[in-house]
Design a protein around this ligand. Structure first.
Ligand code: C6P
Length: 408
């Protein structure tokens, strides 16, 4: 069944955390959509930065600070290459996807939207791509509209004219669902948005870690993603924005580094991307994210995608054969995420039961409560995979679920 070329046992050796045991079993980590683990080269890069180059960036006129700045800016170049933008000025280091989306909501939404305008999102969004827009709508008088969900976990795009209208000013859409795994047809959505002159923000939190996202080919206006979901550190993420848009935007936060001049009366702004990086940035984390991107590039995005699809196909088949288990969503194009319910077993009880076997999965609403309302459940159980997972782990997951069913 194997149609990938990766040496998975070798790759697993790079992740020391996987050697730990829980409940007498080796850790089976299947909560990668929440956060991935970090490989040695990422950990070493961070430690090396603190050992040999730690200083503040863009401020010191001494060699150590120049070295820190050079490593930080190299990470920016790596991020630019990773999503295929030729212009590193379009890469803003943020805290993560949530922070990136809020940046656009505050620095673009609040200045460009008003009564009569519409922000279009979907019923599939993570709370990070709902709540900031509810706040913008409340504060500006713009309306928030939703593209509806269908039973198979895809979006209902059968009547685009109903949602994409001349009133639509901004379309914000999740690229890959963190609940169903559905990969949305973002090319089509961007095309609809262009026809009505709207901007498009893609939430790439679950796509950028798994597939090659090319902002030039897609021609999206903004893309948000998090480092910690792609083998990088917590506390760092990226907002990509088209330079001309970023240049025209107001700052998000005020403070050091984002200014050009400050008088007691007023200030002028630094150039992009620094206009949006107020205060001391997450220097080591950004450098660590650069190392995570190197690691993924060394694996090869195509190899990663192929291997994850192998795992997904295996998991869908195996889980689908577990009695009383229902998989939510059946999109033809999906990433390595499977949400399910098991009859008579609450997701939280199931997660606790699996934990006794050393299996880490997520149970809850996955910060996507509109989806839970649609499914008429309060929570689901979710297994999500990354490059170090194996089909043996999926077998073990299924055995443990069978045991849980008997127990409850
Ligand atoms: N989803 C999950 O378990 P942050 O927390 O800012 O790094 O990412 C937020 C976020 C935004 N969009 C999508 C599609 C996401 O999946 C997430 C994070 C995690 O599904 C934590 S709730």
């Amino acid at each position: 069944m194997s149609n990938h070329t990766l040496d998975i046992p070798r790759i697993r050796k790079d992740f020391p955390i996987l050697e730990q045991e829980f409940g007498g079993n080796p850790l089976v980590y299947l909560d990668n959509a929440a956060t991935t683990q970090r490989p040695e080269p990422v950990l070493e890069t961070i430690i090396d930065f603190y050992h040999t180059a730690n200083a503040n960036v863009h401020r010191g006129i001494y060699a150590l600070s120049e070295e820190a700045t050079q490593r930080y800016e190299t990470a920016r170049h790596k991020a630019a290459e990773f999503i295929h933008t030729p212009d590193p000025r379009s890469i803003i280091f943020t805290k993560g996807t949530t922070d990136s989306i809020n940046l656009v909501a505050y620095a673009w939404g609040r200045y460009h939207l008003g009564p009569g305008d519409e922000i279009l999102i979907t019923e599939m969004e993570h709370h990070s791509n709902i709540v900031p827009w509810q706040l913008v709508a409340r504060d500006t008088g713009a309306a928030l509209r939703y593209i509806p969900l269908k039973d198979d976990g895809t979006l209902d795009l059968s009547d685009p004219g109903r949602y994409f209208t001349p009133k639509t000013k901004l379309v914000c859409v999740i690229h890959q669902s963190n609940v169903f795994g559905t990969v949305n047809p973002v090319e089509t959505i961007i095309n609809y948005a262009r026809q009505v002159g709207a901007l498009v923000l893609l939430d790439g939190a679950q796509s950028v870690p798994h597939v090659d996202v090319n902002v030039q080919k897609l021609d999206c206006d903004f893309l948000a993603f998090s480092g910690h979901k792609m083998l990088g550190p917590t506390g760092v993420g990226v907002l990509y924005g088209k330079p001309e848009l970023l240049e025209a935007m107001e700052p998000y936060q005020g403070g050091g580094e984002m200014i050009s001049t400050v008088t007691m009366k007023s200030s002028t702004w630094n150039t992009i991307p620094y206009k949006f990086e107020a205060g001391t940035p997450n220097i080591a984390q950004a450098i660590g994210l650069g190392a995570a991107m190197d690691y993924i590039n060394a694996i090869g995005k195509d190899n990663l995608h192929r291997y994850e699809q192998t795992l997904l196909t295996y998991a869908l088949e195996k889980l689908g054969n577990v009695d009383g288990l229902v998989i939510h969503g059946s999109a033809p194009d999906r990433g390595p995420v499977v949400s399910f319910s098991v009859d008579r077993v609450h997701p939280h009880d199931l997660a606790q039961f699996l934990d006794q076997d050393g299996i880490a999965i997520r149970a809850g609403h996955h910060c996507a409560q509109p989806i839970m309302h649609y499914l008429k459940v309060s929570a689901t159980t979710r297994a999500s995979f990354y490059v170090y997972n194996t089909t043996e782990e999926i077998d073990f997951l299924c055995e443990s679920i069978e045991k849980a069913r008997k127990f409850f």
